[in-house]
Design a protein around this ligand. Structure first.
Ligand code: ATP
Length: 318
């Protein structure tokens, strides 16, 4: 284990009956950075967070958070962490301000200090005006921000965000991202779990791709993208076509076998000049109409597909 890591997991294992939710998961998070655990539904992300936040005991392996072993010193760990879960935990009948004040008092602040802290956080999270209204009237994004604010009442140096933007609209997601960026700028260490590759790409300095309870790849978003190679061609055809027709039309221009799914074609390319033009001409000559063509650098989606053989995020959700 690295000594400067604020969060360290080594060989974490946890099973529920026959299901190995964690099967030897290793990772570490350096101070003031965001590490993203990225994986499809059921990969083990939430279980890892539950272990690290002392809510469940692992069957094997070790974990330390802020210098304390989670199994030996759970109270010390809890004192140093903030947690936001997938389900918002605020009391809808209280106002935003009352919710934060209550959390402050429960965490040992005096009434006055809790009030001051609530006002500070409402201001910082853009909720100063909404602070006097009951939380059940808040939008999804406002509730998540209030939830984030609540996890920060005690000013924890370590924050666990479990799928903080699942189910949010794009504007609310961007709001939450802004808050997380602000926190890391202040030196908070964040473990972020997400199914969204764009979220990991945007926020994380390192990404651990989790599948079936273990890390199957790790690196910066850029390293992971590089690991799957160069640019890819993406073509949307107007109608489905046979693999044979597409492969023979594109053979001179692609650097590997095209992947065909519905009317969408994707293939690695070397990025020669005029490639999009050449591809459209070749497909046209083969009698295929093209709706869209793009040559782009790999995304974390491509990384995920290359590693697991399945698309990530929405497409995996049943
Ligand atoms: P999601 O994105 O859906 O939250 P995840 O990556 O967080 O998925 P986990 O919730 O950690 O995955 O679940 C990992 C596996 O362990 C799944 O197969 C899940 O069904 C199983 N599991 C998790 N918690 C329990 C539990 N309390 N009892 C039984 N099985 C569980």
């Amino acid at each position: 284990m690295e000594t400067h890591a604020v969060i360290e997991a080594a060989g974490l294992a946890k099973h529920y009956g026959n299901v190995h939710a964690l099967a030897g998961l290793d990772f570490s998070v350096e101070r003031g950075t965001v590490l993203s655990l990225l994986g499809p539904n059921g990969a083990g992300k939430t279980t890892a967070v539950r272990v690290l936040t002392t809510r469940t005991v692992p069957d094997g392996g070790r974990a330390r958070v802020a210098g304390y072993d989670v199994a030996a010193h759970p109270a010390q760990v809890r004192r140093r962490i903030g947690v936001t879960a997938q389900d918002v935990t605020m009391d809808g009948l209280l106002t935003g301000r009352q919710n934060l004040q209550m959390v402050g008092e429960l965490s040992g602040l005096s009434r006055r200090a809790a009030k001051r802290r609530a006002d500070e956080l409402l201001e910082r999270f853009g909720l100063a005006e909404a602070g006097g209204r009951v939380a059940k009237g808040y939008s999804g994004g406002m509730r998540r921000r209030l939830d984030l604010a609540a996890s920060l009442v005690a000013d924890p140096p370590v924050l666990f965000l479990d799928e903080p933007t699942t189910g949010l609209d794009p504007t609310s997601r961007a709001e939450v991202w802004g808050v997380v960026e602000d926190l890391t700028n202040r030196g908070v260490t964040v473990l972020l779990t997400t199914q969204y590759l764009d979220e990991a790409d945007r926020l994380a300095s390192r990404v651990v791709v989790v599948d079936h309870g273990r890390a199957i790849a790790e690196g910066t978003p850029a390293e992971l993208k590089r690991s799957v190679g160069g640019a890819r061609l993406h073509v949307t055809l107007s109608a489905e076509a046979s693999q044979e027709t597409v492969v023979s039309a594109l053979a001179p221009y692609v650097a590997g076998t095209p992947r065909l799914s519905g009317g969408c074609v994707s293939a690695p390319v070397n990025g020669e000049r005029g490639l999009a033009t050449l591809v459209v001409r070749a497909l046209d000559a083969a009698g295929l109409l093209v709706d869209d063509v793009e040559v782009r650098q790999p995304s974390l989606d491509d990384v995920f597909f290359a590693l697991t053989g399945q698309p990530a995020a929405e497409e995996v959700v049943a």
